[in-house]
Design a protein around this ligand. Structure first.
Ligand code: PMV
Length: 323
């Protein structure tokens, strides 16, 4: 087989990855926990073709060159090295959700690429190896290889830094209602953001406290304790944005619509609606709740000024090959 197609879901981090211990290998400063998002996906086909002069990449029917292509080539180079081939590849990728606006399109993209490229090259990688390979493309992509609720064990080198599932998707019907504020590409991507993390005087404290937050989050998921989960998710998100806001240069991802959702949620909570928010490196707000509350929350969100659209996703499965 020289062609393979794979699908992977993006994931939303409950405990965030922000800052690297080793940027070239994407070894994170702290561990992280996430949930894969069902129904949203990147679908990627990799075809090794001897007739090609060099690697080519198409994303959503557009030819990509420059740094986007370079990141894909370095992952393909690893696959070629390991499989002893040096054939160029054509990579065709599609997303069914907006890219570059804080819905981790790079996570699903590099997870699908790692799986499709290794299968097309006939490499039989274990889940840990696939997770490590996806990590090379984008740190959070290592969490889109296993299914359900996933923890990235930070490790200290390439071998020890990968993600594992600690509860399957059907363990808890949590839902991420993604309030889309803007679909524009962000100005500072996360790769650059990770470099800036250490310029904040708050980053060392955030990293030192990570094992406590990871433990609370893991236990809250395992016990399906929404109240405990909500508290720790918001605290962790606010710590990351505090680091971003105090970096040099400063990173401000929030827009007025982002704050409108955050304020509205305080009101909903006073009305006994259990919800919490988390925000990645973009303006969109991920509103987490249990399934029974989804309809009320979506109609509330649609009424908040600045919210253009709401995407709804439950816990998703692992990256998978299309046979
Ligand atoms: O994988 P990257 O380099 O795109 O970084 C992801 C960073 C956040 O989305 C902000 C947090 C996370 O853990 O997903």
């Amino acid at each position: 087989m020289t062609t393979a197609t794979a699908q992977a879901a993006p994931n939303i981090a409950f405990i965030k990855y922000w800052g690297d211990r080793d940027a070239s290998l994407r070894i994170p400063a702290n561990g992280s926990i996430s949930m894969n998002l069902d129904g949203l996906y990147t679908r990627t086909q990799v075809k090794f073709e001897p007739e090609l002069e060099s690697d080519r990449l198409q994303v959503n029917q557009q030819e990509i060159k420059g740094p986007g292509l370079a990141r894909v080539i370095s992952l393909l180079d690893w696959v070629r090295l390991r499989s002893g081939r040096n054939t160029p590849a054509l990579v065709i990728s599609e997303n069914n959700f907006p890219m570059g606006a804080g819905i981790a399109s790079s996570a699903s993209a590099f997870a699908a690429l790692a799986l499709a490229a290794s299968a097309a090259a006939r490499l039989e990688l274990t889940e840990h190896e696939l997770s490590r390979l996806a990590r090379m493309g984008s740190g959070s992509a290592c969490r889109s290889i296993p299914g359900g609720f996933v923890e990235w064990l930070p490790g200290e080198d390439d071998l020890s830094s990968y993600a594992v599932s600690f509860a399957p998707p059907d363990h808890w019907d949590l839902v991420d209602c993604v309030a889309i504020i803007s679909q524009e590409h962000k100005k500072t991507g996360s790769t650059e953001g990770h470099f800036l993390a250490n310029t904040s005087p708050l980053q060392a404290a955030r990293v030192a406290d990570a094992p406590r937050r990871l433990e609370i989050c893991r236990q809250a998921v395992l016990r399906r304790d929404f109240e405990a989960l909500a508290w720790i998710i918001e605290q962790d998100c606010n710590l990351m944005h505090a680091v971003m806001l105090t970096s040099n240069p400063q990173l401000l991802y929030w827009q007025p619509g982002t704050l409108s959702v955050m304020h509205a949620m305080q009101l909903w909570r006073r009305q006994n609606l259990p919800v919490c928010y988390t925000i990645d490196a973009g303006p969109n707000v991920h509103v987490i709740c249990e399934r029974w509350a989804v309809n009320t929350i979506v109609s509330h969100l649609e009424a908040v000024p600045g919210v253009t659209r709401v995407l709804v996703a439950g816990p998703g499965g692992p990256a998978r090959l299309e046979l």
